[in-house]
Ligand binder design. Structure first.
Ligand SMILES: Nc1ncnc2c1ncn2[C@@H]1O[C@H](COP(=O)(O)OP(=O)(O)O)[C@@H](O)[C@H]1O
Ligand SMILES: [Mg+2]
Length: 354
């Protein structure tokens, strides 16, 4: 069956514009070919209902799909890349999701189908997010934006923020447990479970990399590693071309906590938000370690500072103490007299909108 119905061939200018958008959004991008599918198009037996989201400045896209033959009930998410693509981001995605499934990990989508059809590589997975209403998108960042119609109140409560943190550390530990680094930890790559709004789901393994060898030993770092991921959330080591390791995923996670997990007293934004130069961003991240820690952590629970300090002091080969980090979040909950549940979106039915 053709996957070509509304598929457009994009001109060089459009690709250039998309690359520019990717650059502006802080995403470092290799030139992936843009996938454009439209309602009614088919990829193998999957029929496109609508686009759910896209990252990387419009190169990769995720679509809501159903089984065109009506044999498999329900709706799913399909992620596709052009088969002509040399970077093969999806291959890694499929492999990592399959390994996670084998290990019974909790914080990830299940794969239903994968393959190549009509010029596309694709993977079909379970849906995340409780709603696909036009106004209610599925990742954590969008969820935060819909917390209230009032812009000033578009933030998670401290309790919810800390509880998200506990789950995200869990998810990172599960991924590291199967021998992979994520290398693009950021709010847009997390969502809530569709059937269980208390489940935080990690998405997007396009930049994942295996950090252990066939004997289960941590691979020796490369002399120099190209910049990967999103500049805004990139760990310091990425700014100096060091190979990514487990602690780096946790460093990005902490930047994400400061950003997504906006609380009353903080600005809810990272101090390098307005900077564009990668070097300047790296320098400001360095500066935020010393006397200027307040720039980054001002208003956050003091446990954030303790965690950053812990992460900064572990080395490339070290297995992070994920439990210790979770414990700091739990301590912050206790000190502030807060509970882990319910999450904010459980109290705000307009966000769930099922
Ligand atoms: N399983 C899914 N169910 C629903 N929406 C999804 C799913 N996977 C991804 N999305 C949406 O698509 C967006 C982009 O997906 P992602 O896997 O991060 O791809 P990209 O490589 O393009 O960043 C996500 O931020 C999310 O909003
Ligand atoms: Mg993404």
């Amino acid at each position: 069956m053709a996957a070509t119905g509304g598929t457009k061939n994009l001109s060089a200018e459009m690709k250039e514009a998309a690359a520019k958008a990717a650059q502006e959004s802080g995403v470092v991008q290799t030139a992936l070919d843009i996938v454009q599918l439209y309602k009614g198009d088919k990829v193998a037996t999957w029929e496109i209902i609508k686009k759910l989201g896209e990252g990387r400045g419009g190169f990769g896209a995720v679509y809501l799909v159903k089984d065109a033959n009506g044999k498999i009930a329900g709706e799913y998410a399909l992620k596709a890349e052009k088969a002509s693509e040399t970077t093969r981001v999806l291959k890694m995605e499929v492999y990592v999701l399959m390994e996670l499934k084998k290990s019974n990990a909790k914080h990830f989508c299940d794969i239903l189908d994968r393959g190549r059809a009509n010029g596309y590589n694709f993977v079909v997975m379970t849906l995340v997010g409780p709603s696909f209403d036009e106004k209610v998108e599925t990742n954590l960042m969008n969820l935060r934006k819909t917390a209230s119609p009032d812009k000033a109140k578009q933030k998670f409560s401290l309790g919810c923020a800390l509880s998200i943190g506990i789950c995200v550390v869990d998810a990172i530990e599960e991924l590291h447990g199967i021998g992979y680094l994520h290398r693009d930890i950021k709010p847009g790559n997390f969502a809530i479970g569709k059937s269980d709004p208390r489940r935080i789901i990690m998405l997007d393994f396009g930049m994942a990399r295996k950090y252990i060898d066939s004997q289960g030993k941590v691979r020796v770092p490369r002399w120099a590693a190209g910049f990967r991921g999103t500049v805004r959330y990139a760990p310091l080591s990425c700014h100096i071309s060091r190979d990514h390791c487990r602690k780096d995923d946790l460093e990005s996670f902490l930047y994400m906590q400061v950003r997504v997990v906006e609380i009353e007293l903080t600005k809810g934004s990272l101090p390098w938000k307005h900077l564009e130069s990668r070097d300047e961003i790296g320098q400001l991240k360095e500066k935020c370690r010393g006397e200027s820690i307040k720039l980054l952590m001002g208003g956050c629970p003091k446990e954030y500072v303790t965690i950053l300090d812990y992460i900064d002091n572990i080395c490339y080969y070290h297995t992070p103490d994920y439990n210790l980090i979770r414990q700091h979040f739990k301590t912050a909950l206790q000190i502030n007299n807060l509970n882990e549940y319910p999450y904010d979106w459980e109290n705000q039915p307009h966000q769930l909108n099922n």
